[in-house]
Ligand binder design. Structure first.
Ligand SMILES: *[C@@H]1O[C@H](CO)[C@@H](O)[C@H](O)[C@H]1NC(C)=O
Length: 146
């Protein structure tokens, strides 16, 4: 019984924590959220963006070049969300903290706005640096189950 209680709390803690995705989990989630092919960008390229932006980590936060960056998609708190401490255009009309939990729905919604914005995928500097070379979209084959 005691062991059962411990196990129960273990899972409770797990569920409460933010999470780091594996590549194939991410493939599944991004596809489910309609990112494969969004604005012509294949899911492999989205995964590249996320790898270099946050290392697949939903809890990602970094302050660099005067910008606070949040979450899986490395979204700027001066432009796409607001953290209440910095003036921000807040184009996704959202509190930046929402990008740090393990529910990626709002992250994806905002990332779609970025992709559809004037700068497109190039709004993400690291996308231009690491993800623009032609890449075969092999993630489907890598992650295909059975
Ligand atoms: C994730 O967040 C969205 C709102 O951003 C909400 O509609 C949805 O129910 C949430 N999903 C879960 C599993 O909590």
């Amino acid at each position: 019984m005691k062991a059962l209680v411990v196990v129960f709390f273990y899972f409770l803690m797990e569920a409460d924590e933010t999470r780091k995705y594996s590549k194939c989990e991410l493939y599944e989630e991004l596809t489910k959220h309609g990112l494969d092919g969004y604005t012509g960008i294949g899911v492999g390229h989205w995964i590249c963006l996320i790898l270099f932006g946050s290392g697949y980590d939903t809890e990602y936060y970094k302050f660099s070049d005067g910008h606070p960056y949040y979450g899986l998609f490395h979204l700027s708190g001066l432009k796409w969300c607001s953290n209440g401490r910095h003036p921000s255009e807040n184009l996704c009309k959202i509190d930046c903290d929402n990008f740090l939990d393990d529910n990626i729905s709002d992250d994806v919604e905002c990332a779609k706005k970025v992709a559809a914005s004037k700068g497109g995928m190039m709004s993400w500097k690291h996308f231009g640096e690491y993800c623009t070379h032609p890449m075969p979209e092999i993630v489907f084959w890598e992650c295909k189950t059975e």
